[in-house]
Ligand binder design. Structure first.
Ligand code: PLP
Length: 361
């Protein structure tokens, strides 16, 4: 079964390369990227796109890596032009890796990873590209090989629709080569020990067997729907959620339309209102738990999750809870968000139906 799973995961990561599975939460796979490819004092370029980028930076620093952390406003993704100019200035190639969170779960901002890769190529810089796809994998378009990613970090509890407890690295040949000379201390996270055992479908320590059975099912679900259809479903839900937000007269935290997340939407509450008070009202009245604002945006935003096993009516119910909650909590807003989202979802369903009928003719 392990061999089948390792093969099946390749389609989800869009890679023909190597994948390892750890029995850990996603943060473990963050650590694995660093300890397998870097040596003490190595320089890494990272971007402050939100809470998870900040935490990954902290992991790197704790491990003894020197991080150049480009400040951000939590409303934009990593800027490809900045990547290019910093790498161009690094003529000595001291920067060994660029680390970017693809979908910042805390802000609903998705960095443009393919463009980051192109910027690295334009700068002709040999740094590895490491990407956190924890909340995009299996929900949003993600292409490990085509986008030239060296190490991808994944987790089980989001687009793979499983409980937490599995984490993943997809690894390029270049990253594997780097792991042969990297000197950061590693034991549990060692790719080589994992790959040696995986060759015969085994693991170097007790695998999370129960979750592997779940993974078998989730891979099958993704395959049955078709990954491109899964991506389209989440893109539709993202667009519907944002239409609702705009109709309410509220603001989506993400400022760049090319960076809208398809798996979560962070919404700014009006100045003078506390987003956590609003969330509490929704929880108490409708038993619905909205995502909280993390780190710098705590109390300022609430988050609507639309990732994983999620459909139009689940989104509709979620948006109803938000709209009713805004009224009950007395947050200044206009009504009509739910209607705007439903109009869009209805139109999308009509279009899907008519193209099916055309195809059948
Ligand atoms: N990166 C992103 C983008 C996340 O959303 C999360 C968790 O939500 C993490 C990393 C950390 O993963 P975990 O909590 O599974 O360790």
């Amino acid at each position: 079964m392990a061999l089948e799973l390792l093969e099946g995961l390749k389609e989800v990561f869009k890679t023909n390369g190597t994948i390892v599975v750890f029995p850990s939460s996603g943060s473990g796979a963050w650590e694995a990227t660093m300890v397998n490819t870097l040596s003490p004092g190595d320089k890494v370029l990272m971007f402050e796109t939100g809470q998870f980028a900040t935490l990954w930076k902290d992991v790197a620093q704790t491990l003894g890596v020197a991080v150049e952390f480009v400040p951000g406003d939590w409303r934009h993704g990593a800027d490809p032009d900045t990547v290019e100019s910093i790498l161009r200035e690094d003529g000595a190639h001291e920067i060994k890796a660029v680390g970017v969170v693809h979908n910042e779960t805390s802000t609903g901002v998705a960095s443009r990873i393919a463009e980051v890769r192109q910027a690295m190529d334009r700068a002709r810089h040999p740094a590895l590209l490491m990407v956190d796809s924890i909340s995009s994998l299996g929900s949003m378009e993600y292409r490990h090989d085509e986008w030239g990613i060296d190490v991808t970090v994944g987790g089980s509890q989001k687009g793979l629709m499983l409980p937490p407890g599995l984490s993943f690295n997809a690894i390029s040949e270049k990253a594997l080569a780097a792991s042969r000379t990297a000197r950061l201390t590693r034991s549990y996270w060692d790719w080589q020990a994992m790959l040696n055992a995986n060759r015969n479908g085994f693991f170097p320590y007790t695998p999370a067997t129960n979750l592997l059975y779940g993974l078998k099912e989730s891979l099958q679900m993704l395959q049955e729907e078709g990954l491109e259809n899964v991506w389209a479903r989440h893109a539709r839900h993202g667009e519907a959620a944002r239409r609702a937000v705009r109709a309410w007269g509220l603001e989506v935290l993400c400022l760049e339309p090319a960076e809208y997340s398809a798996s979560s939407t962070a919404v700014l509450t009006p100045t003078g209102t506390n987003a956590d008070e609003f969330r509490k009202v929704v929880l108490e009245n409708f038993n619905m738990s909205l995502g909280n604002g993390l780190g710098k945006v705590q109390g300022k935003v609430f988050r609507i999750g639309h990732l994983g096993d999620f459909n139009d009516l689940m989104l509709a119910g979620t948006l109803c809870g938000v709209e009713m909650g805004l009224a009950v909590a007395g947050v200044p807003h206009r009504t009509g968000g739910v209607a705007a989202a439903l109009d869009y979802l209805t139109q999308a369903a009509q279009e899907a139906r008519s193209s099916l009928m055309t195809a059948a003719r």
